[in-house]
Design a protein around this ligand. Structure first.
Ligand SMILES: C[S@@+](CC[C@H](N)C(=O)[O-])C[C@H]1O[C@@H](n2cnc3c(N)ncnc32)[C@H](O)[C@@H]1O
Length: 332
């Protein structure tokens, strides 16, 4: 099955609990990258004020971008209809969550409440009123069905709450209504690609989506720690949430792969509900990435290391890549 087949949605179940899992950390991974992305923007010029987060998941980063740079046109692209469906709801949830954090009103303080009840309380407090009584609809009720969304149509039928234009598209088939000045693909998006031809197809499609001179930024799990990262079980717990992630790594030919089996349990209306996912990734070596970028016509401007010893908001050593679509006629 080709990796961009819209029928294959590894995140179909995980989408519903993805943000809750991410907020078990001090902050979601994508939001930890904000200072780096702002620095990229300061250091390198972009030809247009249009931004696309590719493999955007639940859209936290794209929604934040739109909030920080309201004049930019902001797009979010993901092959998972379930993640895009969550992304359409994201802005208010993340804004409320941020507000909740600011007031020090952690989930611990509202242990008995469901996530949506806490969000409703935060919203009410933000508006200056007393916390409302719990909503009568359950989380499960408020969750739509992923089958509502078909490829490339949500922006017409269900506008996002953040003002971001979210679309169901594979990285190898990006089709946006305008050339992009800055594109990102963060939190292992590129590691999710499993074959060299698919990597090259993705980079080509990303190049085509960029304006001339446009930037493309992405991260990878550092190849030196990939095997270690995909080895063994981890359990993370928060109020009303238990996330188990069991990882293995294996080689096929000369290549290293990892697979994580997630089982997430969330307490909903007094009962525990289970969400499953199995996510496969590939350890991309620097040489393979450099060759694929070159073959797709993207210039590598810089590659940095992310070291959790210096930046504790990151759990794992990573590499951070900054590339550009060269101007026509230029050699770089
Ligand atoms: C680990 S999640 C990261 C989501 C988001 N960027 C974040 O930081 O939270 C990886 C995302 O990449 C998406 N993805 C993986 N392969 C993709 C592909 N070939 N095309 C489009 N999206 C893809 C998945 O559906 C998933 O939403």
């Amino acid at each position: 099955m080709p990796f961009s087949d819209p029928q294959r949605d590894d995140y179909r179940e995980l989408a519903a609990v993805y943000d809750d899992w991410q907020y078990l950390y001090p902050q979601p991974f994508a939001l930890s990258l904000r200072p780096r992305l702002v620095s990229v923007l300061d250091e390198f010029s972009t030809p247009r004020e249009s931004y696309a987060d590719l493999g955007c998941g639940t859209g936290l980063l794209a929604a934040w971008w739109k909030q920080r740079y309201p004049e930019w046109h902001v797009f979010g692209v993901d092959r998972s209809p379930a993640m895009i469906e969550r992304a359409l709801q994201t802005a208010t949830r993340s804004a409320q969550k941020q507000a909740l954090m600011q007031w020090g009103l952690t989930t611990r303080g509202l242990r008995a409440s469901s996530f949506d009840e806490m969000m409703a309380a935060a919203e009410q407090m933000q508006a200056g009123g007393p916390a409302p009584s719990p909503p009568t609809t359950s989380l499960a009720d408020s969750r739509g069905s992923a089958t509502d969304i078909t490829a490339d149509q949500p922006q017409d039928q269900a506008p996002s709450k953040s003002g971001v234009d979210f679309r169901v598209q594979g990285l190898d088939a990006i089709d946006l209504p305008e050339p992009i000045g800055l594109a990102t693909c963060v939190f292992d998006g590129i590691n999710h690609i499993l074959r060299v031809p698919d990597l090259v197809a993705a980079f080509r499609s990303i190049r085509s989506s960029l304006a001339e001179g446009g930037l493309f930024v992405f991260d990878l799990v550092h190849e030196a720690v990939f095997a270690e990262a995909f080895d063994g079980a981890v359990v993370r717990k928060g109020p009303g949430l238990v996330v188990t992630a069991d990882s293995i790594h294996f080689t096929r030919g000369d290549h290293l792969f990892g697979k994580t089996t997630f089982a997430v349990f969330r307490e909903e209306n007094g009962a525990w509900r289970r969400y499953d996912a199995e996510i496969s990734e590939r350890c991309w070596r620097r040489k393979e990435i450099v060759e694929a970028l070159e073959s797709a016509g993207l210039s590598l401007l810089r590659q940095d290391d992310i070291d959790p010893a210096k930046e504790p908001e990151f759990q794992l050593p990573r590499t951070f890549w900054i590339c550009r679509r060269p101007l026509e006629g230029s050699h770089r």
